[in-house]
Design a protein around this ligand. Structure first.
Ligand SMILES: *[C@@H]1O[C@H](CO)[C@@H](O)[C@H](O)[C@H]1NC(C)=O
Ligand SMILES: *[C@@H]1O[C@H](CO)[C@@H](O)[C@H](O)[C@H]1NC(C)=O
Length: 296
């Protein structure tokens, strides 16, 4: 049975939807939602600094936008009760949105929101072909692996994602994997864009823009798009270094760039091989299907 009915501002059912903090925080687990309460407990945190709770409680805990103030919520107390409730209620709206949109709320296992924002939690390999867990009703698909992690390996699974501020809140995550041939790509900022099949440019927000690349070491960069690009007709890349003492008009030899949708991990990745990227200039190239193996 995965049904919980608690008396709080918003009742939460099945999944913990921003379970109340002020009353339950610090209580022994008998008095609050806990992973031992049901066969599988997934929790969405959306207001940990307000009415919600910070501590992870379930087999999996989703922290939407770090679990803090939600985008699109009023920023000032003058908005009255909406200011107090908006973030807390967002957990419910996120859950509902997960039922209504075809966009998967992919969420990234990470020790903290800070690490997530530093771009250090791009890997979904722990979950093999299932890829990273998804917030909302789909969380249940990860039930077995999450129960195994929690109950056999005592691993806590805290996952993070950023959303937009308006319905359906879901954004589209891609991972950009870059392997360079030279050793001279240091302390620059990456820009990453996608062209859709009509040639329209979609810009991304890159997590931890400032990256260094070392010879033949693959670097994975997480990028968030507000619109999906289903049929990618072009990939736009730039590498901008502010300090020109290093190299102003550098040419970088890129061995491979691979782009993969994480929101839809079933889509095959696309690649561009062996090209030269000019420093401080944006380059658009057409990708093709990736050949397997590393093949230099
Ligand atoms: C990137 O970070 C390095 C070291 O943290 C810094 O020296 C460099 O100026 C930064 N580059 C840019 C383009 O911000
Ligand atoms: C992507 O391409 C396929 C095949 O050409 C087409 O059927 C589909 O409508 C396109 N999707 C979008 C969203 O452009």
């Amino acid at each position: 049975m995965r049904v919980y009915i608690f008396l709080c501002l918003m009742c939460w059912a099945r999944s913990g939807l921003d379970p109340a903090g002020p009353k339950f925080s610090g209580q022994p687990c008998d008095f609050r939602l806990d992973y031992t309460d049901a066969k599988f407990v997934d929790v969405i945190h959306s207001d940990i600094n307000g009415l919600g709770i910070n501590e992870p409680l379930g087999h999996i805990d989703f922290y939407a936008n770090g679990g803090k103030k939600q985008p699109g919520c009023p920023k000032s107390i003058f908005s009255g009760v909406a200011f107090i409730k908006c973030s807390h209620q967002r957990a419910v709206y996120l859950f509902i949105a997960s039922l209504e949109t075809t966009c998967n709320f992919i969420s990234f296992p990470c020790p903290s929101y800070k690490d997530f924002h530093a771009g250090s939690c791009v890997d979904c390999d722990d979950f093999k072909e299932k890829s990273c867990p998804r917030l909302g009703y789909q969380a249940e698909l990860w039930k077995d692996v999450l129960k195994e992690r929690k109950e056999k390996r005592f691993l806590r699974t805290t996952v993070f994602l950023d959303t937009t501020g308006t319905k359906p809140f879901c954004s589209y995550y891609f991972v950009l994997s870059i392997t360079v041939l030279d050793n001279n790509m240091k302390n620059g900022c990456i820009t990453f864009k996608l062209l859709n099949q009509l040639g329209m440019v979609e810009e991304s927000r890159v997590y931890e823009k400032n990256r260094s690349f070392y010879q033949l070491q693959e670097v994975k960069i997480l990028a968030q798009f507000s619109n999906d690009v289903v049929n990618i007709s072009g990939i736009g890349l730039g590498y901008f270094q502010s300090s020109n003492w290093q190299c102003f008009q550098c040419n970088y030899n890129i061995h491979r760039v691979m782009v993969q949708s994480l929101t839809y991990p079933e889509r095959p990745p696309l690649c561009i091989y062996n090209f030269v990227l000019k420093g401080n200039e944006e380059l658009f190239l057409n990708p093709s299907t990736c050949t397997s193996g590393f093949g230099l």
